[in-house]
Design a protein around this ligand. Structure first.
Ligand SMILES: O=C(O)CCC(=O)C(=O)O
Length: 385
């Protein structure tokens, strides 16, 4: 464990606190939050301290939410239990063994680390993660740590099957043909994130995971018996119930974007806890790392005059790089892709019509436009692209 963390480092005064140096020392130790706990700290280092909790009354409520505990999912209970045990097994390996997987190199397919946004976030989260890109190009099992190799391959296969079924159901639920979302490659790739939230000596001062929604199409989450996952709804935090054998399904931000808000991603956080460790395994459906130039925007079949597009188009790569660049900051990445009416012009017709049509459509459209429009004024919204 790097020397800069002492048992008292959580009580340092602002004058002696060099945040960057502390972040770097933590990063260079390559031993994660688990390493701090193993070193016997009794106060959390200051880099983990969350700023004063904001008043959520000012936050706009989410009209509906989409956290579904799925019980009859077809993944055998033994597979769920083995997956959780293997995830825990990896994080409880000696640091020297885990270190060989520790990297901030985002193009690697197997990454062990702590806080992907360590240098961007306002405060670090009390958790470590093993991140494995399982598809669309199959991961060679040898790339996985031995302690979780076989079960990760098996879990990945089973969860991909479940994801495919869920995408079919979701397609139908929003009025599309069953294969529509699959046809858009929503189930083409998936990553497994095995999270480890060590017991925290001062859980009220930090978080296991800061408020966020996931940067993917869909997340299927497996959690152990400890609890701490909360969803944000109508300005309040709700505990996600612990149902033995259940998987939690969350809509991701990319699915909210392409469904034009027909499906809403859920904002969630994880509390730090004293009882830990807590283990969870999140499966993110996203073609992450897949060199695709596919453009994603609101699905045309869902748009109409009453339902105009709410988001601009993007690639998964651009979406993820924006998400990664801002880190978990309690704000939705979707706001960055939202089409904002930036200017509204009221035209007086027919006086301004000539100018309008000439500027935007060309003169040949003036007559049909004038005939079509029985109204005398029209308000146009210009969007920022
Ligand atoms: O550990 C959990 O319950 C949630 C994990 C999570 O929020 C994530 O992977 O984005």
């Amino acid at each position: 464990m790097a020397a800069s963390f002492t048992r008292d480092s959580g009580t340092q005064t602002p004058t002696t606190y060099d945040r960057f140096q502390e972040l770097k020392a933590f990063d260079d130790s390559k031993s994660g939050v688990k390493g701090l706990v193993d070193a016997g700290i009794t106060k959390i280092p200051r880099i983990f301290r969350r700023p004063k909790v904001e008043d959520h009354d000012s936050v706009k409520p989410i009209p509906t939410q989409f956290t579904i505990p799925v019980v009859n999912h077809g993944v055998p209970r033994s597979v769920l239990e083995e997956m959780l045990a293997a995830a825990r097994g990896f994080h409880e390996l000696p640091t020297e063994v885990k270190k060989s997987y520790y990297t901030r190199e985002k193009t690697k397919k197997v990454i062990y680390g702590s806080n992907f946004d360590l240098y961007e976030s306002r405060f670090a989260n009390w958790r470590d993660t093993l991140f494995c890109v399982m598809g669309p190009e199959p991961l060679h099992p040898q790339q996985l740590p031995l302690v979780c190799r076989d079960i990760t391959m098996e879990y990945s296969k089973q969860i991909h099957k479940l994801g495919t079924t869920l995408f079919k159901l979701l397609s139908k639920a929003i009025g599309l043909t069953p294969d529509h979302l699959i046809g858009l490659d929503c189930s083409k790739g998936h990553c497994l994130l095995s999270h480890y939230y060590p017991a925290c000596p001062e859980p009220e001062l930090t978080l296991g995971a800061t408020k966020h929604s996931d940067p993917d199409f869909l997340t299927i989450l497996l959690q152990d018996h400890i609890g701490g996952l909360q969803v944000f709804h109508q300005n309040l935090w709700f505990d996600v119930p612990l149902l033995p054998g259940a998987l939690v399904v969350n809509i991701g931000s990319l699915l909210q974007l392409i469904s034009n808000d027909k499906l809403l991603s859920v904002e969630h956080q994880v509390l730090a806890n004293e009882k830990g460790p807590r283990v969870s395994v999140a499966c993110f459906f996203t073609p992450h790392l897949y060199p695709s130039t596919r453009i994603y925007g609101p699905i045309k079949e869902l748009l109409s005059k009453e339902n105009p597009p709410l988001y601009r188009e993007t690639t998964v790569e651009d979406f993820i790089s924006y998400y990664d660049s801002k880190g978990l900051d309690e704000k939705s990445a979707l706001a960055h892709f939202k089409l904002q009416p930036s200017l509204s012009i009221t035209l007086q017709l027919p006086k301004d019509l000539n100018r309008f049509a000439q500027g935007f459509c060309g003169t040949e459209y003036i007559k049909p436009l004038r005939e079509m429009m029985q109204i005398t004024t029209v308000t146009m919204y210009l969007y920022n692209f």
